[in-house]
Design a protein around this ligand. Structure first.
Ligand SMILES: *Cc1c(COP(=O)(O)O)cnc(C)c1O
Length: 360
């Protein structure tokens, strides 16, 4: 068996310890004589899995009691609709457009009400985060929406926008659990887990209780109403049980690593190796302004599409996989999520140095 360094943006690398544990428990989960995939979601064993997972996530993020944690399906993309369906009481919301995912979310929300795009960084191919300290927040906005870490462009909000008292909703798919977070600053924090937490198929929604109501837009399906899932502790219907089980193991792994403070330190150390190299390289260039660089997704280019393709191909041959940039931007992107070891980033930088010497 040989494992590669996997720089995929998602689904992405998972901690090896977690995969090994899951393998050990595959045929007989703790004396139940069956795998977690085969057991009832109403069983005692699964109840413990989901309750423990929720508690560990609450401990890690310091989630206050007046927030619910929901384990849902449909990916982050389903939240693009679920958020307006549940939150747009005035049928108005403000969106900050920092990339494709925020753009898609805004477009979807337009099906349900008035969407004000109060800031955007599209003028410079989303290579920065706009100044959000004094935005023209709409009087009647039900919420202000951001994509906190832009997976495709490699930017991250280092400071949350001033929402002037409006509820903040954040898509944290690609920075979930990468650093400590003050949950009280948000109304809704959500993300698909396949970037930084677990396998595809689970989306976690952390939502303040006062935002969970029966007063949703007319025609909202039962399954797309937050209250349905909040009232049933994410067991209204069959949840993505195996995915939740793996997420639970990743929460334990992060706890054992020292929690989110330790994750942040580790992620900063990893990102620094790569950014420091990019800053002095004569061949490779980072594409994001320094202040807004993501710790998780690092896009870079050589400026020559053929050379980029050569790099991606040779990197793969060297065991460094999935370094091709998003199809809409080209170039390269290294996603260095929580589970990417420091050694993986060092191996990438060593390879980049060698490639630079050979191709400059
Ligand atoms: C990947 C991603 C999405 C889309 O996630 P799906 O689970 O595929 O719907 C949305 N937002 C961000 C920030 C992402 O990185």
């Amino acid at each position: 068996m040989s494992r590669v360094y996997n720089f995929s943006a998602g689904p992405a690398v998972l901690p090896e310890e977690v995969l090994k544990e899951a393998a050990d428990e595959m045929l007989d989960y703790r004396g139940t004589g069956m795998s977690v995939m085969e057991m009832s979601h109403r069983s005692k064993a699964f109840e413990e899995i989901i309750t423990t997972a929720e508690q560990d996530l609450r401990d890690l993020m310091g989630i206050p009691d007046n927030y619910k944690v929901l384990f849902l399906q449909g990916g982050a993309s389903q939240q693009f609709a679920m958020i307006p369906m549940n939150l747009m009481k005035n049928r108005a919301a403000d969106y900050i457009i920092t990339g494709q995912w925020a753009k898609k979310a805004a477009k979807e929300a337009e099906k349900y009400g008035k969407v004000n795009r109060v800031a955007s960084s599209e003028d410079k191919t989303f290579s920065y985060i706009p100044d959000c300290s004094d935005l023209p927040i709409s009087e009647d906005a039900d919420y202000v929406y951001i994509c906190e870490n832009n997976t495709i462009y490699g930017t991250k909000f280092k400071e949350l926008p001033n929402t002037k008292g409006k509820t903040l909703v954040a898509d944290v798919s690609s920075c979930f659990l990468s650093e400590p977070v003050d949950v009280t600053k948000y109304g809704v924090i959500y993300g698909g887990v396949q970037k930084n937490i677990g396998p595809a198929g689970v989306v976690i929604v952390i939502i303040r209780e006062d935002l969970i109501t029966e007063d949703v837009l007319p025609g909202t399906p039962t399954m797309l109403t937050y209250k349905t899932h909040a009232d049933a502790n994410s067991l209204y219907n069959t949840p993505p049980a195996y995915g939740i089980y793996i997420c639970g193991k990743v929460f334990k792994w992060i706890k054992a690593m020292g929690g989110l403070e330790a994750m942040k330190e580790r992620n900063e150390k990893k990102a620094k190796v790569l950014y420091d190299f990019l800053d002095q390289s004569k061949l490779f260039k980072g594409t994001v302004v320094k202040e807004d660089r993501s710790l998780m997704n690092v896009p870079f280019v050589t400026g020559d599409a053929d050379l980029d393709a050569k790099f991606v191909k040779e990197a793969k041959e060297a065991g460094l996989e999935n370094l091709k940039g998003h199809r809409t931007v080209g170039g390269m992107r290294a996603s260095i999520y929580n589970a990417m070891p420091y050694e993986g980033v060092v191996a990438l930088v060593d390879f980049m140095k060698k490639f630079e010497e050979e191709n400059l």
